[in-house]
Design a protein around this ligand. Structure first.
Ligand SMILES: O=C[C@H](O)COP(=O)(O)O
Length: 249
């Protein structure tokens, strides 16, 4: 029997519209099943509309701070009060474009849990780090920043998303074996500290997932679903990816 439920998450990044909320909520309400959790991460202004349409929703980031004079930032408690359930922390675009360090990401992870949001901790290596054999080193440091701040138990109410930066938006998906190896590394690393927690931890793969490659990726032992970018903007593709997750866990 499966010990982890599959999850398919769609990150719209800085895309989307009220029309897309309508299309995607219709599509998701059709594929909904007890076998998978389907969650969308729209831009902030679309969060309420998506929640009202019955779709499980998260935000793409939150502030690490409590409410105050932080122009342009969004408080986690407000996100929670609106009815969102999840938040992405440490997406590679936040790390590279907005200079979010491992320690800032750990602060955001902590703030999310303080208000009852489930953080999805995004980790992954760049192309040059991968070429230089540093994948495990980089991913371990990204996870350790959270463990050092909050203890391993904090990972219990979270999800990890492994997204090799070289595979994001490039069409260059990691092979199922490549992705499985890193997912296994992550699970084994956490299992060394808490075996039960590691076995129950949902670990998603992200990076050019589409309806053609999702089934093989999701069939890997330690891949529990996907964090989908581009293909989460197309109702047909995203529905097909959700369907492919149903049979794999
Ligand atoms: O958050 C999603 C990832 O960045 C993957 O994006 P992608 O599916 O467009 O490669």
């Amino acid at each position: 029997m499966a010990i982890r439920k599959a999850m398919v998450a769609g990150n719209w990044k800085m895309n989307g519209s009220l029309e897309l909320v309508k299309q995607m909520s219709d599509a998701i309400n059709n594929v909904k099943s007890k076998k998978i959790d389907v969650v969308l991460f729209p831009p902030f202004p679309l969060v309420s509309a998506l929640i009202a349409s019955g779709v499980s929703t998260g935000t793409q980031t939150i502030s690490e701070y409590k409410p105050g004079a932080f122009t342009g930032e969004v408080d986690a408690q407000l996100v929670k009060d609106l009815g969102a359930e999840y938040v992405l922390v440490g997406h590679s675009e936040r790390r590279s474009i907005y200079n979010e360090s491992n320690s800032t990401v750990a602060e955001k992870f902590s703030r999310a849990q303080q208000v009852g949001l489930t953080p999805i901790l995004c980790v992954g290596e760049s192309e040059s780090e991968q070429e230089n054999g540093k994948t495990e080193l980089v991913v371990a440091a990204q996870i350790d920043a959270v463990i050092e701040k909050l203890g391993v138990a904090a990972l219990k109410d979270s999800v990890i998303a492994y997204e090799p930066v070289w595979a994001i938006g490039t069409g260059k998906t990691a092979s199922p074996e490549q992705a499985q190896n890193v997912h296994k590394f992550i699970r084994d690393k956490i299992a060394a500290l808490d075996s039960d927690l590691a076995q129950g931890l949902t670990i998603l793969y992200g990076g050019s997932v589409n309806e053609k490659n999702s089934e093989l990726l999701f069939a890997q032992t330690d891949i529990d679903g996907g964090l989908i970018g581009g293909a989460s903007l197309k109702a047909d593709s995203f529905s097909a990816i959700c369907e492919s997750a149903k049979g794999t866990l």
